[in-house]
Design a protein around this ligand. Structure first.
Ligand code: ADP
Length: 541
């Protein structure tokens, strides 16, 4: 071997921060209320105190699973590094999962301890007899804020207070597990993805690249995407690597709270799912405010609509950086970063291009296949199931025999996509959501994102419903903005020049709200059932 074999470890990211940018800041809107700020050097000391406490006081060993149920905060950050650094597994749990699903995954992961924010304690109290693997619950607060509870609780600040600030991180195998995240499992039980130290470090290095999220020492990043879902897209690791200022919004996900933090902390890059940005944009419109410091808004998790691309650019001078990925991919797969070619495009054409999910980052290979498994051309026209492979993509689900998504060394994403000649990918739809009308496909995502551009609509959902002649036809479920009363016909008219005629929804139904998954995506399963025969029942087919 001619080169050194230095394992890629999460602890090495933190050690780099201690020597290279000890004074860079981590700012948190705390769950208790006030703004908390400290430096990477101080955060590292506390992560080491935590690692000591885990080993010495709680008897945690390498490989043990330690669960968290927490917002984006500095204490959660300390857990990311303290737990994984000492060789245990940081198992982040999504509090928006159904309680039975939370009980299921704690049991499946055999979590030994749970670190929980005050907000989520009631969730755990309600499940207390259903979590047999848990030996203790630690509340992420200080003594003063410790709540009354039927459970025996430990206090985080007390747990770490008297522990040493020095800790020798173990030299682990870089392929050892470091962090565990379960998919939200819209059908069946959630499935776990175990990220390794190596996959996490490589993913963070890729995420920082200019052509990816562009995180560097000058960045002040505000991840609204939660640390309980795919590690906030890897940003805590990436920012620590680069010495970027890290801004944690805590429980404040509404437009007003986000705006306040952006302004006071001079955030340069924001990251989150489209629903969060709809909330922020609406708020900014209402109060007539502008984002002054933000140059990039990273949007992923669901497709960004055209109206959002335009609003960020034209009202806030911020570039909407569209990205795609999934829990199984750590999550980053593609990013649509601004290229010279895009800069030279007429602006409307550039906006259209931004709707694509982007080019694969180095480390991710993609292909599209037809129903027979044959590879399809990268011509921007042919669409098929999207398969991926790479060093931060899942190879097997955690303690799960199901191999149905793994095909000859590739992972089947369950998405349907096109790929251009320059490897720019565009999601057509989730395979299960595509509408099959008369043998042709209609993209529910495309229809939703066109419809939501209607000035009177705040959210749209398109599903395929039974039709005697065409097999399936699109039905649009729409939520009206407060104080507006558009007619179904006006919605169809609005869509007429935006999509092919045969794509126009056969019916528009107004609803008060739409159901979402734990990760904020439209939950279509129930709707498909409820509205399955809508067209025939209403004499529309
Ligand atoms: P889950 O909600 O099941 O945990 P993830 O959060 O891992 O899922 O979401 C992965 C899926 O989200 C992708 O397979 C894709 O369908 C969808 N998705 C993610 N980013 C985008 C995007 N930019 N545009 C469209 N769909 C996206």
């Amino acid at each position: 071997m001619s080169m050194m074999q230095q394992p890629m470890l999460i602890s090495s990211i933190l050690e780099h921060a201690i020597v290279s940018h000890p004074n860079a800041e981590i700012v948190t809107r705390t769950v208790e209320g006030p703004i908390h700020r400290y430096t990477y050097a101080e955060a590292a000391k506390r992560s080491k105190q935590l690692a000591n406490a885990l080993g010495d006081k709680l008897g945690v060993k390498q490989g043990d699973r330690i669960a968290t149920l927490a917002w984006n905060t500095s204490r959660h950050y300390e857990l990311y590094f303290g737990v994984s650094g000492m060789g245990a597994i940081t198992h982040t749990i999504n509090p928006r999962l159904f309680p039975e699903q939370i009980a299921y995954i704690v049991g499946h992961a055999e979590d030994r301890y749970l670190f929980v924010d005050l907000t989520f304690l009631p969730l755990i109290e309600a499940l207390k007899d259903k979590l047999p693997s848990l030996e203790g619950v630690v509340v992420l607060t200080d003594r003063e804020h410790m709540p009354e509870s039927d459970l025996e609780l430990l206090c985080y600040e007390e747990l770490i207070a008297d522990c040493s600030e020095t800790y020798e991180w173990p030299e682990l195998d870089e392929n050892a597990g470091a962090a565990l995240c379960y998919t939200s499992g819209t059908t069946g039980n959630p499935k776990g993805v175990m990220y390794t130290h190596r996959s996490t470090v490589l993913h963070a290095m890729a995420a920082c690249q200019n052509d990816a999220l562009g995180i560097d020492v000058d960045s002040a990043i505000l991840p609204v995407v939660p640390m309980f879902h795919v590690n906030a897209w890897g940003t805590p690791y990436a920012a620590t690597m680069m010495g970027a200022k890290m801004i944690f919004p805590g429980a404040g996900m509404d437009g007003a709270s986000i705006y306040e933090l952006v302004e006071s902390e001079k955030a340069t890059q924001l990251l989150g799912v489209p629903t969060i940005w709809l909330g922020l944009l609406n708020y900014l419109d209402e109060v007539g405010k502008k984002l002054d410091t933000v140059h990039t808004v990273v949007v992923g998790g669901a497709a960004a609509p055209l109206s959002m691309v335009k609003a960020f650019q034209e009202k806030h001078d911020a570039f909407l950086l569209h990205a795609w990925g999934m829990t199984e991919m750590s999550p980053i797969g593609t990013v649509n970063s601004l290229t010279q070619k895009m800069r030279e495009m007429p602006i409307e054409e550039r906006y259209q291009h931004q709707l694509k999910q982007g080019r694969a980052v180095f480390g991710v290979e993609m292909k599209i296949i037809d129903d027979d498994g044959k590879a399809l051309p990268h011509d921007g026209e042919a669409y098929g199931r999207l398969l991926v492979r790479g060093p931060w993509i899942v190879d097997e689900y955690y303690k799960n025999e199901d191999r149905s998504s793994f095909v000859d060394g590739w992972f089947d994403t369950g998405d349907v996509a096109t790929i251009d000649s320059d490897n720019t990918m565009q999601i057509v739809d989730r395979a299960k959501d595509v509408i099959k009308s008369g043998g042709e496909w209609i993209s529910s995502i495309e229809l939703e994102n066109q419809a939501v551009g209607h000035p009177d609509l705040s959210e749209c959902c398109v599903i395929g419903v039974a039709h005697p002649k065409w097999d399936e036809r699109p039905l649009l479920l729409a939520v009206r903005k407060e104080g507006t009363d558009p007619s179904p016909d006006s919605i169809r008219e609005f869509l007429e020049d935006k999509v092919a005629k045969w794509w126009l929804p056969d019916a528009v139904v107004f609803v008060d709200e739409l159901p979402h998954t734990a990760t904020g995506k439209l939950l279509k399963i129930g709707l498909r059932k409820d509205y399955a025969n809508y067209l025939t029942e209403n004499g529309l087919a």
